[in-house]
Design a protein around this ligand. Structure first.
Ligand SMILES: [Zn+2]
Length: 150
């Protein structure tokens, strides 16, 4: 999956798309799911190569996902160490029970907070719906929607 905004690309590896897609169909789609995105910064671009999936301590409801399990952070630390710093925490994903998802004000509030903690590095925020996936990039204190180009 590839997203573009003003010459800036976010590529999402097929493995990641596959993991996320498990949570937008069947009984898993009854509650929101989410996790973190792991990848690399390549100049202005971001390459997402791995992600985490919901863990036992996370809170999943029909209209909300709260990432609470410490396993996500541990997974990020492990990837970072194993890749000698090449792969790190670059964003997060969650699902919405709708065909074409758009962020809620709670999503935007949470993304702004995450982006602030992560500055000066940009962050990717994905919302997977049952038909389309929505992507925003948070960079320089600003959230911007990206266009899906592949
Ligand atoms: Zn949401």
């Amino acid at each position: 999956m590839i997203f573009l905004m003003k010459g800036r690309l976010v590529t999402v590896a097929d493995d990641v798309v596959q993991v996320i897609s498990r949570y937008i169909t069947g009984s898993e789609a009854d509650r929101e799911a989410g996790g973190i995105l792991l990848g690399s910064y390549r100049g202005p671009h971001i390459e997402v190569v791995r992600c985490t999936a919901p863990m036992p301590e996370d809170r999943r409801t029909r209209f909300g996902f709260v990432r609470r399990d410490k396993g996500h952070q541990r997974a990020a630390e492990r990837e970072w160490a194993e890749s000698a710093g090449a792969i790190s925490f670059v964003g997060e994903w969650h699902t919405h029970p709708e065909r074409h998802p758009t962020p809620s004000w709670i999503d935007r509030r949470s993304w702004r907070k995450q982006m602030g903690k992560h500055a000066p590095h940009p962050m990717v925020f994905l919302i997977a719906g049952s038909v389309t996936t929505y992507c925003e990039i948070g960079s320089d204190g600003r959230l911007t929607a990206m266009a899906k180009v592949g």
